[in-house]
Design a protein around this ligand. Structure first.
Ligand code: PLP
Length: 395
C-alpha cells in the first residue's frame, strides 16, 4: 500500500512464507543429517508425505520424486511402452512435457488446442488410433474434456497419464484431477500451489505401475520395502529395471507436508481471486476469459484471457507494454521470444508440425500470475491495469 492509501502494483513473483511448522522438522533433519529418504527404518518425511498426499487425493499409491518432469518420465517408463511409442500431448503445454516423452524414448504427437486452452476433441479423436499412450496436460489448470478423453482412450485401450502440474485441488465431475487417468503427476516447483522450490509426485491405483516407478525412481536393493503394500510387485521387478535415481530428499518433504493442510484454503482463495479478475476483464470489449467446461471446479493461481476482436501483433505487443507501464506483467504466450509454452520453440523435436489453431490461440492468449495471497484491492489493481491497457491500445 502506498502512503496515500493507493494500492501499488502488487509483486506477483514473491512466494509465501513456508509454514512455521516446517522449522522444527527441518532443524531435526539438519542436526541429524538424516536427509536420504531410505535411511530411517520407517516414517521418513518423504514416506509420510506420500501417505498424506495419497490420502488427500484419494489414490492407493503415491511416489514423491525430484520434479513433475521426473514423474511424467517415470510414468511413461512404468507403462512399459515400446521404443518409439507415440504419445499424444496437447500442443499447448510446457516444454518439459514433450521433453519427458523424448527422454522416455517415445515420440510426442501434438494435438490441437482450442481458443479455450483445452484439447480439440476432433483432432484428438483423429490422432488417437495411432497412439500408444496419451499425456494430458491440464495446462495452467484448464481441464480438457476428461469424460470424452477417457471414453475414447478406454475404448481404444490406450493408457492416459494426467499432467496435473498446475491442477492440485482441481475437481472434474466430483473427482480429483490426477485420479482420472492411470497416473497423475503434480509439481511442487515454486510457482505452484504448494512450493518446495522443486519436487514432484505421482499417484496411481495400479500396483504394477507404482512398483515399476518406485524401482526406477531409485529404490535400489530392498529399499522398496519402505513403500507399503507393494511387496509382490516390487519383489518381481527388483533388479529387472534401470535405476534413474529421481528420488525426493527429506528436506523437500519437510517443506511440503505442512502446506498440504493449506491446499483447500488456497484453492478457495485462488478461485475467488481468479473469478473476481475474470469478471472485470470480461466487462472489456477487447478481452475475454474463456469459460471452464461444465464439470470443472478450478484451483487457479494465474489467469489466462484472450485479446478479442481482431488485434494485430503490434497492438498485442503495445498492450504488453501498456500493462507493464502500470506495473503488471502480461505475457502473450506466442509473442515472447523463446516462450517454452509455444510449440514452435520446441526445436529439440526436430521438425515441429504446423498447428494453426493452437498457434492462433497462442498469439492472442495472455498469461498473468495471480498468487492466492493477493488481497482484493491488489486483484482489482491488476484487473484495472489490464482493462486500461487494452483500452489505451484499442480504445
Ligand atoms: C504444464 C506443466 N507440466 C509439467 C511441468 C514440469 O514441472 P516441474 O518443474 O516440477 O518439472 C510444468 C512446469 O511448470 C508445467 O507447466
Amino acid at each position: 500500500m502506498a502512503p496515500d492509501g493507493q494500492t501499488l502494483a502488487p509483486n506477483v513473483y514473491d512466494a509465501e512464507p513456508i509454514p512455521e511448522a516446517a522449522r522444527a522438522e527441518i532443524d531435526r533433519l539438519l542436526s541429524s543429517g538424516d536427509l536420504f529418504r531410505y535411511t530411517a527404518p520407517a516414517d521418513a518425511p518423504v514416506a509420510l508425505l506420500e501417505a498424506e498426499f495419497a490420502a488427500l487425493l484419494g489414490s492407493r499409491y503415491a511416489l514423491a520424486v525430484s520434479s513433475c518432469s521426473a514423474a511424467l518420465f517415470l510414468s511413461l517408463k512404468a507403462l512399459d511402452l515400446p521404443k518409439g511409442a507415440k504419445v499424444l500431448i496437447p500442443a499447448f503445454t510446457f516444454a518439459a512435457v514433450p521433453s519427458s516423452v523424448v527422454h522416455a524414448d517415445c515420440e510426442p504427437v501434438l494435438v490441437e488446442v482450442g481458443e479455450n486452452y483445452r484439447v480439440d476433441m476432433g483432432d484428438f479423436a483423429q490422432k488417437l488410433p495411432d497412439a500408444d499412450a496419451v499425456m494430458i496436460s491440464h495446462m495452467r489448470g484448464h481441464t480438457s474434456d476428461m469424460d470424452a478423453i477417457m471414453a475414447l482412450c478406454d475404448a481404444a485401450g490406450v493408457p492416459v497419464i494426467e499432467d496435473a502440474a498446475h491442477s492440485l485441488g482441481t475437481v472434474w465431475g466430483g473427482r480429483n484431477i490426477g485420479t482420472i487417468g492411470r497416473v497423475g503427476c503434480f509439481s511442487f516447483q515454486s510457482y505452484k500451489l504448494v512450493n518446495a522450490g522443486e519436487g514432484g509426485i505421482l499417484i496411481t491405483d495400479d500396483p504394477e505401475i507404482a512398483a515399476r516407478a518406485i524401482i526406477m525412481s531409485g529404490a535400489y536393493e530392498t529399499n522398496w520395502k519402505k513403500h507399503p503394500g507393494l511387496t509382490n510387485s516390487c519383489a518381481h521387478w527388483q533388479n529387472k529395471l534401470p535405476l534413474y535415481n529421481l528420488r525426493m530428499q527429506n528436506l523437500s518433504a519437510a517443506v511440503i507436508r505442512p502446506q498440504l493442510p493449506l491446499v483447500a484454503d488456497r484453492v478457495e482463495k485462488g478461485r475467488a481471486g481468479h473469478d473476481r479478475v475474470a469478471k472485470a476483464l470480461n466487462r472489456s470489449a477487447h478481452l475475454v476469459v474463456p469459460d471452464a467446461l461444465g464439470p470443472e471446479e478450478r484451483a487457479p493461481d494465474s489467469i489466462q484471457f484472450n485479446l478479442t476482436g481482431g488485434w494485430s501483433d503490434a497492438e498485442a505487443r503495445d498492450f504488453q507494454t501498456a500493462a507493464k507501464a502500470r506495473g503488471v506483467a502480461v505475457q502473450v504466450f506466442g509473442l515472447s521470444e523463446g516462450n517454452a509454452r509455444a510449440f514452435w520453440n520446441w526445436q529439440f523435436l526436430g521438425e515441429v508440425p504446423e498447428l494453426p489453431q493452437t498457434r492462433a490461440m497462442l498469439m492472442r492468449a495472455c498469461d498473468v500470475r495471480l498468487p492466492t495471497r493477493l488481497t482484493e484491492p491488489e486483484l482489482d489493481y491488476i484487473a484495472a491495469a489490464i482493462v486500461d491497457a487494452a483500452a489505451e491500445v484499442r480504445g
